[in-house]
Each structure stands twice: as C-alpha cells, then as structure tokens.
Design a protein around this ligand. Structure first.
Ligand SMILES: Cc1ncc(COP(=O)(O)O)c(C=O)c1O
Length: 380
C-alpha cells in the first residue's frame, strides 16, 4: 500500500479550492488528463483511461475488445474475484485456468482450456509477481486471442523491460486502498490499440455523447455506463505516480533481504519467478501444506490458502452461476459453455496450500523484516 503525505494533501486542496471536481466540467487541463498523461509517460503506453476502479478497467477492456455473449474468457483460479466478474458483466463466460508455482496463469493449462469459443485470456500479475507473458502472447498469436493483463496488483512492475499492463492488447490497473498507488478506489485502462481505447472511452462515459473528439475513430456511439474518475482521485494519484519507481525499488531491496535470509535454510525455497532480475514480490513454496501453515504462524506472513475471495473456491456467486436477473445471466445463453465449478482447478488449491507470501511493504524497516523472516525460519 502507498502511504499518503503532504503532497497528496496539497494536491487535494488545490482541487477543492479550484472547485472543479469533474474532469469534463472545469476550465483548462483537468487533473484526470494530467494523470493519464503521466501514466502514459511512465508506463510507455499510447493510451491511458482513468477510471473509478480496477473492475471497471477490466470491463472497459473487454468492451473495448468487443468481447461479449457467447465468448469464453480464460481467467486464473487465483485472483481477486473481479477478474472473473468482469467477463460476466459483458455477457461472456469466465473459464478457470490453474496457476503454476509462479502463482500466475499456467500457459500449459491455458492451452488445455481453449475451445472454439475462447476469445480472450486475462493473465493476472498477483502480488507484484509477473505472469509468463512471452508464452501467453505466443499462444494468443497462434490462436488469435485477445490478451487483457490484470495488473491491478502490480502497477509499475516490469516484465523483461516492459511495464505490466502494456504488453497485452490492453491492461487494467487498480488504485484501491491496498495497491502500489492508491486513492481509496480508482483504476485505469492501458492500451496501444486506438480502437480499444475509443470503445472503452465511450463505454466509461455513458456513450460519451457530449464528448466531441474523444472517440478518435469512426466507431458509432453505443450506450455505456459511468465509470469516470473524479478529479480528487487523479490529483492525489499524480504525486504517488512520481514516487512509484522509488517505492518499487524499496520493495526490491526488501525482497533481496528475504532471499538472503531464506538461503540460510535449505528447507525454505522461493517460488519460481517469471522474470527474476526484475522481481518485486516474493513467495515461499513448501513441499506440504502443514509446513506452509507452520511458517505462516509468524505475523506478517500470509498462507495463501487463507486469502478468501482471491481463491476461486470462495467465489460463491460465480460458482453458483447467479446474476442480478435471470435473463441477464450469461450462463443462460452460454452456447455450450458450462461455467466454473468448484473442482475445476485442484492444482491451484494444492499450490496455494503450500505457498506463503512475505510482505515487502516499503514502510517496514529492513531490520524488522530481517528479524521477522529469521523468526519464521526458526520454526522450520
Ligand atoms: C487482481 C485484481 N483484479 C481486479 C481487482 C479489482 O480492482 P478494484 O477493487 O479497484 O475494482 C483487484 C482489486 O483488489 C485485484 O486485486
């Protein structure tokens, strides 16, 4: 989580004094436009669309790419439930795919789950741990699939020299309270595809009928929802974005300390990572669930099987295939897709039961972190 300070307070105050709280109703360049430009610059991506949440960003990306009823979207079985809810929101069916020991979607299982109805893959970069994007993009090219990166938990993190969220056809970021930069709620869509950007832009602004010049394509106007980012959020995100790389470097420094401590005990093995030189997050993989549980008895260490709605087996509404109205339920027109079931991904459950994560929060002093890891290691 990013902590807020004087710069965020001053930025919020400036917006309040000016009194323009909506990006489209003030004079001159809005805070939201400035934030989008800063995102484009830092992440090296052609288009950024600021939104009110990461869930909205996923939905806008799917709408932008033309995903809808009759389509299947491959999602990992370990992610926040929004990754599966977003396809349902546009009328598509989420299909669960196992993660591998890196905790990201397993490219081999992606191949197994592709059907003639598959239109997109949503790899998720959980806990600042990157997915195997090279393998996934190769599969997408071969099978003509759209890739929407869910980088909600990994804003700014790099995979082989590129920022996550900018590698696939579109990417989603979240700025909720737990994320690398935060505004309580908030999100952004990233893309280098002008058509995806134009369609997402229309959708997030109830069809943008009053926003001449925003669309940038000859896409006819269609109806959307209101997913707009308020000015106050954009204002407090800008200074955090400026500090993001420094913050990620602090996380990397903490990761190095943990790796060093773990290497003292052969029983403690860091999980495989898809880009070790750029790694930011860290998890520890055990041979048994009991060993992982023992390690996680130390405060500050999470046993991943205990992380609630990040695991598909706890997505009650998705597994029970219930939507807000029977005739708006994608499962009722699913064209042969069966939808997620509780026993779809036993490998994921097994891996999560054997994995612990250690927080690399930049606010935690390195000596404190070192002591914490030593204490946990002493149990093993
Ligand atoms: C992996 C992932 N995807 C999507 C989301 C949804 O983001 P938001 O809470 O901003 O809607 C989250 C938020 O926790 C997340 O962690």
């Amino acid at each position: 989580m990013s902590s807020l300070g004087m710069r965020e307070m001053a930025a919020a105050l400036r917006v309040l004094v000016r009194g323009d709280l909506n990006r489209f109703l003030g004079q001159g360049v809005s805070e939201t436009q400035r934030f989008e430009a800063a995102l484009q610059d830092l992440l090296r991506v052609e288009h950024a669309l600021a939104l009110n949440s990461g869930t909205s960003a996923l939905i806008c990306a799917l709408v932008g790419a033309g995903i809808g009823p009759g389509d299947e979207v491959l999602v990992p079985a370990y992610t926040w439930v929004s990754t599966a809810a977003a396809p349902l929101a546009v009328g598509a069916i989420p299909v669960l795919v196992d993660v591998d020991e890196s905790l990201a979607i397993d490219p081999a299982d992606v191949r197994r789950k592709i059907t003639p109805r598959t239109k997109a893959i949503i790899p998720v970069h959980m806990r600042n741990l990157v997915a195997d994007m090279d393998s996934l993009m190769a599969i997408a090219r071969e099978k003509n699939l759209i890739v929407i990166e869910d980088a909600s938990q990994a804003a700014g993190v790099e995979y082989r020299g590129r920022r996550v969220g900018t590698i696939g056809h579109a990417g989603a970021l979240s700025f909720n309270q737990h994320k690398n930069i935060q505004s309580g709620e908030g999100g952004a869509l990233l893309t280098n595809d002008t058509r995806i950007f134009a369609r997402a832009g229309m959708y997030h602004d109830v069809g943008s009928y009053s926003r001449e010049g925003r669309a940038g394509t000859d896409e006819p106007l269609f109806v959307g929802l209101n997913f707009r980012m308020p000015e106050l959020l954009a204002a407090i995100l800008i200074p955090q974005l400026r500090r993001l790389d420094k913050q990620l470097a602090k996380r990397q420094a903490r990761r190095k300390v943990i790796v060093e401590e773990l290497s003292r005990k052969p029983a403690l093995r860091t999980s495989p990572h898809n880009d070790p030189p750029n790694a930011v997050g860290i998890t520890v993989l055990f041979d048994t669930a009991a060993a992982a549980a023992r390690f996680a008895e130390t405060t500050g260490i999470n046993h991943l099987i205990d992380t609630g709605r990040h695991i598909y087996t706890n997505w009650q509404s998705v597994l029970e295939q219930r939507s807000f109205h029977p005739r708006m339920n994608p499962y009722s027109w699913s064209n042969g897709s069966v939808g997620p079931a509780k026993d779809d991904c036993p490998t994921t459950v097994d891996i999560l039961a054997r994995t612990c994560s250690i927080s690399v929060d930049p606010e935690v002093p390195i000596p404190v972190l070192r002591r914490l890891v030593r204490r946990a290691a002493a149990r093993m």
